[in-house]
Design a protein around this ligand. Structure first.
Ligand SMILES: [Fe+2]
Ligand SMILES: [Fe+2]
Ligand SMILES: [Fe+2]
Ligand SMILES: [Fe+2]
Length: 398
């Protein structure tokens, strides 16, 4: 049924503060939770972190005390939502286990978005990026078996395949080649704006996660792999954030952020398999509706425009976590050798790409290659989970 967030008021802002007792959520069962429930938790953590950081940036350039107070009030609630959501992750999970779940999110969320995106240039950006996070999943899965003696299939549960994507060594482009052309805020479909915000937020939290947890490892190969993939996530943040029209006003961006939170909580409420978690998505949706109304009021006051002029008349089809195996396989077969030149996509390794590679590698293979070599030497092969047959690209077969 069509849901228009502008027609619902939600929970009044002054009633949204939760006690410590309410924030102390029961974590997911580490052994029996639906892997896609964990993916939804990780996604919403990324979205809440983005809400908080965006609001801080706005606060830093805003001189009006009344507006700053409203932003601070909403931001406090976003932080409480972030705490309630991220604290659903169980303490038993190792950092590497959570890392593998992060890359599963990147694969199946970006895969869904790529399939649903109506604009061909934006779609290409998601298709390009998803093949890289797909490869990260494979590299981390090999590290996981090597240092924790466990298999990534326990975590992805056969919903996502684990095998080489575009090899990580090829992700290290010249920074200027990670930029893209933005959509046009006046003509882009509302769903395109939501997609760009969602994937930007997901990549940003992945970048933050790796930069913080990487040095917690003792094993040199683990430290190096987190460093290397952490630098690729920096590239991904640049890649996706540059899709967003920089001409959007601060108020328009605030409205888009709050609308996107409504969209995702509504999506996850509709698709959640765990009733206890579904109730959290529903509660947070009802909080976001009030944030959205507050953002709309600010837009009317400071932009002199109606929010309806930038928003969809109703929520698009729900964002759904589901396997994207055949889609990824088709992309592998058709786009594995693609790279970037400026804001476009090319097949050849060009001069700027080669120069960057030489500077970084210094004549030695990076950790993303070493982890596979070491795994092969110790265990007689690499770790893969190919549920749909052999790899679609000949030279990437086991
Ligand atoms: Fe929020
Ligand atoms: Fe990644
Ligand atoms: Fe990424
Ligand atoms: Fe919000």
């Amino acid at each position: 049924m069509a849901f228009n967030p502008l027609e619902h008021r939600g929970i009044p802002l002054e009633k949204q503060v939760r006690s410590w007792r309410e924030l102390n959520v029961e974590p997911l069962d580490p052994d029996n939770a639906d892997p896609y429930t964990r993916c939804r938790v990780i996604t919403m953590n990324g979205i809440e972190v983005e809400a908080v950081m965006f609001s801080h940036h706005l606060n830093r350039v805003c001189a009006d005390m009344e507006v700053k107070q409203k932003l601070a009030e909403i931001r406090y609630i976003e932080q409480q939502q972030q705490k309630a959501v991220n604290w659903l992750l169980p303490g038993q999970a190792s950092v590497l286990e959570t890392t593998i779940a992060y890359e599963q999110v990147a694969v199946d969320l970006t895969g869904w978005v790529a399939r649903m995106e109506p604009d061909p240039y934006l779609k290409q950006a998601y298709e390009f990026g998803v093949l890289e996070d797909f490869d990260h999943l494979y590299r981390y899965a090999n590290l996981f078996e090597m240092i924790e003696h466990r298999k990534a299939e326990e975590i992805v549960d056969g919903l996502t395949e684990v095998m080489p994507g575009r090899p990580t060594i090829q992700h290290h482009r010249h920074p200027a080649d990670n930029l893209n052309e933005p959509y046009d805020r006046n003509s882009a479909a509302p769903i395109s704006k939501l997609h760009a915000l969602t994937i930007m937020a997901a990549e940003q939290q992945t970048m933050n996660f790796y930069m913080n947890v990487g040095p917690q490892y003792m094993e040199p190969i683990a430290r190096q792999l987190y460093q290397e993939i952490g630098m690729v996530e920096e590239e991904h943040v640049t890649h996706y954030e540059s899709l967003v029209d920089p001409g959007e006003t601060w108020w328009e961006r605030l409205v888009n952020h709050e609308y996107n939170e409504c969209y995702l909580y509504h999506s996850f409420m509709e698709t959640e398999s765990d009733p206890r978690i579904k109730a959290i998505w529903e509660l947070h949706l009802n909080m976001e509706l009030a944030h959205l109304h507050a953002a709309c009021d600010l837009m009317r006051t400071y932009d002199g425009r109606e929010p309806e002029s930038v928003l969809a008349p109703e929520l698009p089809a729900p964002v759904t976590f589901e396997p994207n195996k055949q889609y990824i396989r088709d992309l592998l077969a058709n786009q594995v050798d693609l790279t970037k030149l400026g804001t476009g996509y090319v097949w050849e390794a060009h001069e700027r790409f080669e120069k960057m590679q030489q500077q970084l590698m210094g004549g030695r293979p990076p950790a993303s290659e070493e982890v596979i070599t070491e795994h092969r030497d110790r265990m007689g092969g690499d770790y893969r989970l190919e549920t749909e047959g052999p790899h679609p690209v000949d030279r990437l077969r086991a």
